[in-house]
Design a binder for this molecule. Structure first.
Ligand code: FCB
Length: 494
């Protein structure tokens, strides 16, 4: 994919007029203030207190303290010049018991946020559910209980009523795949279950929640723009013998969520133990789940690879593909990886966009997340030179331009994330932000990638090439203390 490398024509590097540039965050990852103003507990408050579940026992109790630093965050967004901000609503802040009584103080926080965004000309894009389920609902069975889907419809109606005059664009659910895989199959995320029967029920109910939320948002907001966010994960087979396993994994990870929404049915080749049982799928459910959507949200970080190989002879980093003897998950050794261990393959995004363009019948697709963790640090000059992240963004934007050229309606890009935050089971050790957060003081500091991204947004085009490092300190100049200095052209660190 080199058609757009430096030297490619300027027109070829431009994004379409009206392309929506944004950044994203989610409530539990940034807000902190878990006991403030009547918020109820979420499954993540419980999970982080379960020994051994989160790196170093980190919690979201304080996180980026965004609940109390709303104005600071909006100032960062303003300085980036983005047209949109994707945030999520903390369900237990708004409905502390999951359903029923509304906590007005919680709603008021989101009201203040969207008012401030609109005042700065930044379009609010709200995610109804980004993983912080009220513990009260978990106590009644969580996503394995159909009532949770109904409760999410109730939440969406409350949000439509409170914020619908200011928020027109809504994402119903974020990555149902991760709720099911990590929450119900491998137990690495809240609520930490490992039970395929519960997972099968969760699949159906989280999709149903998307359906109820879509219905409520459309009923409550004239002209609402509504869609789900999926993290469709490409599986590539490296040889013919591994191809059937790749198809099966595509059903288990991707088509099980895409097909119901886009076609109204579960894929026939889905792993039998994950197929939602008939008694859970009531008349009308599939029609509700497949009601028209306005866009597809796509989170893309990396693809996967499988190859045929003897299970007795695994190489380092490989593991068997469950249910497919003689097939292994594999990482081609020549691929660059981020500190998460995730392969960096921008052309995987291009190919996925082309696939989804076909599957959605040409719906607009927003990249609702894309980004990378890196071992960022503050230099003695007081800057954060995250060139790895700049290269990551650059490559993926190039891939989006190629998809656009191929005719895909990519309508926007939201970088993950506005700032370093609580990265779920990884805690604070994985930094995904365009801004460095000094956890403890809560100070935010612009990274080099923020300047790069600001330039992309300002020009609505891909810069000729990522900027090279610019070591700046003159001889004899004193070294600023960590966190003291500011980047050139940066908004004041707040
Ligand atoms: C996605 C999540 C998001 C963030 C990124 C790195 O799966 O939606 O909250 O953690 O990964």
């Amino acid at each position: 994919m080199n058609s757009l490398t430096p030297g490619g024509s300027e027109a070829a590097r431009r994004f379409p007029d009206g392309f929506l540039w944004g950044v994203g965050t989610s409530s539990y990852q940034i807000e902190g203030a878990v006991d403030a103003d009547g918020r109820g507990p979420s499954i993540w408050d419980t999970f982080v207190r379960t020994p051994g579940k989160v790196n170093r026992g980190d919690t979201g109790d304080i996180a980026c303290d965004s609940y109390n630093r709303l104005a600071d965050d909006v100032a960062l967004l303003d300085a980036l010049g983005v047209g949109a901000y994707r945030f999520s609503v903390s369900w237990p802040r708004v409905l502390p018991s999951g359903s029923g009584e509304v906590n007005q103080a919680g709603l008021d926080y989101y009201r203040r946020l969207v008012d401030a965004l609109v005042e700065h000309g930044i379009r609010p894009v709200a995610t109804v559910y980004h993983w912080d389920l009220p513990q009260a609902l978990e106590d009644r069975g969580g996503w394995a209980n159909r009532d949770t889907a109904l409760a999410m419809g109730e939440l969406a109606a409350v949000l439509a009523d409170a914020l619908g005059d200011r928020v027109s664009m809504w994402i119903t659910i974020n990555e149902p795949l991760q709720t099911v895989q990590q929450g119900y199959l491998n137990g690495s995320h809240a609520p930490g279950r490992r039970d395929p029967a519960l997972a099968a029920a969760a699949i159906h109910h989280i999709l149903l929640a998307h359906g109820f939320a879509t219905q409520a948002l459309r009923a409550g907001i004239a002209g609402a723009i509504v869609g789900p966010t999926m993290d469709t994960q490409p599986f590539n087979a490296l040889d013919e013998d591994a191809a059937p396993a790749a198809v099966a994994l595509d059903a288990e990870y991707n088509r099980v969520y895409l097909d119901p929404v886009l076609r109204g049915s579960y894929p026939a080749d889905l792993r039998a133990d994950l197929m939602p049982p008939d008694e859970l799928v009531r008349g009308g459910d599939m029609a509700l789940i497949s009601a028209p959507i306005d866009f597809l949200g796509l989170n893309y970080y990396r693809p996967h690879y499988v190859r045929s190989g003897d299970w007795a002879d695994l190489r380092l980093g490989e593991r068997p593909v469950a249910g497919w003897p003689g097939t292994v998950h594999y990482m081609p050794p020549d691929l660059p990886r981020t500190v998460m261990g995730w392969a960096v393959v921008p052309e995987g995004l291009r190919d996925l966009l082309i696939r989804l363009h076909g599957e959605t019948g040409g719906l607009p697709i927003y990249i609702t997340e894309n980004g990378c963790a890196a071992d960022d640090y503050i230099t003695p000059e007081g800057t954060v030179e995250d060139h790895e992240r700049i290269a990551y963004i650059h490559g993926h934007l190039e891939a989006i331009l190629e998809a656009l050229t191929a005719g895909v309606d990519v309508a926007g890009y939201f970088h993950w994330s506005l700032m370093d935050n609580f990265e779920w089971a990884e805690g604070y050790r994985r930094r995904f932000g365009l801004h460095y957060v000094e956890f403890g003081s809560g100070r935010r500091l612009q990274k080099r990638s923020a300047s790069y991204y600001r330039e992309v947004v300002r020009t609505n085009s891909l810069p000729p090439e990522p900027r090279a490092p610019t070591p700046a300190r003159a001889a004899g100049e004193p070294t600023p203390r960590v966190g003291e200095a500011e980047l050139p052209e940066a908004p004041a660190a707040v």
